[in-house]
Ligand binder design. Structure first.
Ligand code: BDR
Ligand code: CA
Length: 313
């Protein structure tokens, strides 16, 4: 079978960086491009990290298109460096990339690439959804041309990780999410409900580093600050592999339990702004618009992740 062609819209970001590595290690996937966005850190650094990651993995033939530096309406969230470190990739140090982003803006790249290959591209958004929302507004036909959209974001039954109710990627640009959720694109949502069941532990990282390699060292150094954050603020050992879990929809769909529901986001401006909710009891009478992951065999996913990193190493 031909590999699934994907574009990753990303804000690297520790777990974004691990997603890029996992995608490159997966024969089921062909990365067509990375598009960058503000999020875990500013757009300069997310773009730099995207280019540096591709060079690190000998994949600098993959184009990177730089995207939006600001959300649609909300103020820019600047809290990401506590979680991801000042560089965005923890304690990992990657050389300044030699490659440059393409001249086209991410919004225009997405429109052109998706329309050129109707029903072929699956988009993964693993940061705030500003680029995709503006691409939909500029060229609504991309909604029908996309094969699918997989989103890391939201907290359905789970609490939030940036407010008590909201998840970071959604809260960072909830108005963009509103546009995307109502666009008609076939969406699969990977919320905190499942990502918190996929914990990469310090023992896993040590195991991976039993054989010394640049990839093993990168995983160790990149996750160091991230793990300190979860230990200090949330009280557990390890870190959730939020963004990498989106790729399970292609490489191990049997690990996920998906349900179709009407899902929406609160943009009312109150305390629950950015909260994603599913209409489990069908009170809104709205048709289902999203397949949402509500359970996962988390440990199996972590084992798969480690296996693939070993292969890459
Ligand atoms: C999401 O927020 C970011 O910190 C991560 O990269 C992930 O995309 C998790 O809430
Ligand atoms: Ca991310």
């Amino acid at each position: 079978m031909n590999p699934t062609q994907i574009i990753i819209d990303t804000d690297p970001g520790v777990d974004d960086a691990l997603t890029i590595l996992l995608a490159l290690a997966s024969p089921e996937i062909q990365i067509e491009a990375l598009t960058t966005v503000h999020g875990n850190i500013g757009i300069e650094k997310t773009t730099r990290n995207a280019l540096a990651m591709l060079e690190f993995a000998n994949a600098s033939h993959i184009p990177v298109a730089r995207g939006c530096s600001l959300p649609l309406v909300s103020p820019l969230n600047k809290s990401g460096d506590i979680v991801h470190g000042a560089s965005g990739i923890g304690k990992a140090v990657l050389p300044e990339p030699k490659s440059k982003p393409i001249s086209q803006h991410a919004i225009d790249y997405l429109i052109e690439r998706i329309l050129a290959a109707p029903q072929e591209i699956t988009l993964f958004t693993i940061g705030p959804m500003t680029n995709l929302a503006l691409a939909i507004r500029k060229e609504p036909r991309i909604a029908e041309a996309l094969k699918g959209l997989v989103i890391m974001g939201g907290a359905i039954r789970s609490g939030g990780n940036i407010t008590p109710l909201a998840e970071f990627n959604i809260h960072a640009d909830p108005h963009a999410v509103h546009i995307v959720f109502h666009s008609g694109i076939p969406i699969t949502l990977i919320p905190l409900d499942v990502t918190y069941k996929c914990l990469l532990t310090t023992a896993d990282v040590e195991r991976l580093n039993r054989i010394d390699s640049p990839v093993a060292r990168f995983v160790r150094d990149a996750t160091a600050v991230y793990m300190d954050f979860y230990k200090k603020y949330e009280g557990f050992d390890g870190c959730p592999l939020h963004d990498p879990l989106t790729l399970a929809t292609i490489i191990a769909p049997e690990l996920l339990t998906l349900e179709e529901h009407y899902v929406d986001v609160d943009i009312s401006g109150g305390i629950s702004t950015g909260k994603t909710f599913a209409d489990f009891m069908k009170v809104s009478k709205q048709p289902a618009n999203i397949k949402v992951a509500l359970d996962v065999r988390g440990r199996d996913f972590i084992e798969l992740f480690i296996e693939r990193m070993e292969k890459l190493a």
